[in-house]
Design a protein around this ligand. Structure first.
Ligand code: ADP
Length: 209
């Protein structure tokens, strides 16, 4: 919800000097008590302020429900993305597994010699290949990876909601964040379910956890 100028002024006064009565707020604004009554009603109904009889208005400290939704819609991939872990498409499945452990990630992004995104390797892609296979050093990852054009990705300007929806729709754990540099897609970040969880937690603000 967008507050108008007067509502914002009232909110600031109460936040700074509350608890404060409606009468005192009106006085500060040089307005009649009746004039600001609708604004006070809106501010309390929306959860910006609390009101108690014989105490007055005070700042609830809670974020209004609408404002949480606004924050969520405003969240961008660029503010929550992690550093991507990228491997070259000719490395072996064995090396990819080692890489995954060393870098402590669940997904590796695969690039060609020009550093353009060509594939994705998940934990289960590597596990599947490892089952009953003793020659993991000899299998290059490009044989087993999920490859372009079947890669789902996002850009850093995209909303986090958009990225979360893609992950849910495709039932995948992560998305490469890419930049189209003409010849191909350069991997500039990664969004995982952990990033989405972190964003979810950030909405809780200063609420007790
Ligand atoms: P896991 O396979 O460990 O459960 P995922 O659910 O992320 O992990 O991956 C499922 C399958 O989808 C794998 O075969 C993987 O290669 C593929 N995959 C993962 N991320 C993407 C993506 N961003 N775009 C396309 N395919 C992907």
């Amino acid at each position: 919800m967008e507050l108008n100028k007067r509502q914002t002024e009232i909110f600031e006064i109460v936040k700074a000097d509350g608890p404060i009565t409606g009468e005192q707020i009106a006085e500060r604004l040089k307005l009649a008590r009746a004039t600001i009554r609708p604004d006070l009603a809106i501010l309390t109904m929306a959860g910006y302020l609390d009101a108690r009889p014989r105490v007055g208005y005070f700042y609830s400290g809670k974020r209004p429900v609408q404002s949480v939704a606004d924050s969520m819609i405003g969240m961008k991939v660029r503010d929550f993305q992690s550093i991507p872990v990228v491997v070259e498409e000719n490395i072996s499945v064995y090396d990819a597994i080692t890489h995954m452990f060393l870098e402590d990630v669940g997904t590796l992004f695969v690039v060609n010699g020009s550093s353009h995104l060509t594939g994705v390797l998940s934990r289960k892609d590597l596990l599947r290949t490892s089952l009953g296979n003793n020659e993991l050093e000899k299998i290059p990852v490009h044989i087993i990876m999920t490859r372009m054009p079947n890669i789902t990705y996002c850009g850093k300007q995209d909303t986090l909601l958009h990225a979360a929806k893609k992950m849910m729709d495709k039932q995948i754990d992560s998305l490469p964040v890419v930049k189209d540099n003409g010849g191909g897609l350069e991997v500039v970040g990664r969004i995982t379910k952990t990033n989405i969880t972190a964003a979810f937690l950030s909405l809780a603000d200063d609420h007790e956890l």
